[in-house]
Design a protein around this ligand. Structure first.
Ligand code: BGC
Length: 347
């Protein structure tokens, strides 16, 4: 079968031939790959950045955002059947720590985890893939054309889940209001797929959503944002340190830009007792000058949380499936417009 591979540490990608994987264990699931997303991590890998081939291999098959259709199951598989749509999660546990043993390799404590298409395991840019049932999440037929967004949305679900849980523990008002997000001013920074999906989920939960980027208000991403009810802030006109004065303080910020300077500047937009989750992974090693004492003073005196969040557990994938289905029904046809399709031949 055909697969798309890189040699970690070098630039570019190539189409290679690989043997078609087969089911060898009773708990395995085989998928025919339908769609694979390309995200910032893939672009970093293609540019020679962070990526690791499986042991004893020079090449790494890339791709970690996927949608497939079940074409085979081992005798013990109960969660999916042939014909179902499904996605595989990304991370595989280290086999040594408590988090991984509990199915929460997204919180691995040793760092010795592997990730399909990124770190030590081949990914999903291939015609067929096989993995264990516990890593498969079923997607309803309604997600046939948008299910490839489940993985990026799982990142948002984890970030939001962590932020909300923290607020429930810390804030008396959040602990007593089940719909705490309703009407709360929330900011998403960086309107790539993760940012836009973040805006979508916050809108589904009833928040007052703002999205910050540095593109023209009339361009595709701000327009997509406005359809889900988000208001666009052009960061060239209203930089991060002026957002609070222009729009008001943000109760929650989800950062998905991966620009280190912006990641710090956004603290200026955060409300008292607010929570700020970073999901973007900045590249490069250019040093950055920040007013350290002032930032720490603000965090402490403002009861603020700044939190890094990566990867997602199976439960977050399930939340993503459920929210995508709700979003697909609420904004009919709109979610699909997040996706630009390229045939494999144009890899
Ligand atoms: C993926 C995560 C992964 C992270 C770090 C992201 O692009 O969505 O699943 O954990 O990269 O490798």
């Amino acid at each position: 079968m055909k697969a798309m591979a890189i040699v970690p540490g070098t630039g570019g990608s190539r189409m290679i031939e690989r043997p078609e994987p087969a089911i060898t264990q009773p708990d395995e699931v085989k998928l025919r790959v339908l769609d694979v997303g390309v995200c910032g991590t893939d672009r970093e890998e293609l540019a020679g950045g962070r990526a690791q081939a499986p042991d004893g291999q020079r090449e790494l098959v890339i791709g970690h955002e996927m949608l497939g259709q079940v074409v085979g199951t081992g005798s013990a598989v109960a969660r999916v059947q042939v014909g179902d749509f499904a996605v595989f999660t990304v991370r595989r546990g280290c086999g040594r720590c408590a988090s991984c043993a509990m199915g929460r390799s997204d919180m691995c404590q040793t760092g010795a985890y592997r990730e399909r298409g990124i770190k030590g395991l081949d990914g999903y840019q291939a015609e067929y893939v096989v993995d264990r049932e516990r890593y498969a999440v079923r997607a309803p037929a309604a997600l046939a054309s948008i299910g490839v967004l489940v993985e990026p949305l799982s990142i948002v679900e984890k970030a939001l889940d962590e932020a909300l849980r923290l607020q429930v523990v810390r804030r008396p008002d959040a602990a007593t209001e089940p719909d705490w997000l309703v009407g709360r001013r929330c900011l998403v920074a960086g309107l790539g797929p993760v940012g836009l999906l973040g805006a979508m989920v916050l809108a589904l939960r009833g928040a007052e959503v703002y999205g910050l980027d540095v593109v023209d208000a009339e361009s595709a991403r701000p327009r997509w944002l406005s359809v889900v009810g988000g208001r666009y802030i052009d960061g060239r006109e209203v930089p991060a340190d002026r957002v609070q004065a222009a729009v008001g303080p943000m109760e929650m910020i989800i950062e998905a830009a991966g620009v280190a300077a912006l990641e710090f500047n956004l603290l200026d937009a955060l409300a008292l007792n607010g929570v700020y989750v970073l999901t973007g992974v900045p590249g490069g090693s250019r040093p950055l000058t920040i007013p350290g004492a002032q930032l720490v003073r603000q965090l402490v005196l403002g009861n603020q949380v700044m939190l890094g969040s990566v990867n997602a557990a199976r439960g977050h994938f399930q939340m993503a499936v459920d929210d995508l289905e709700r979003a697909g029904a609420r904004w009919d046809g709109h979610v699909q417009r997040l996706i630009t399709r390229y045939p494999v031949a144009q890899f």
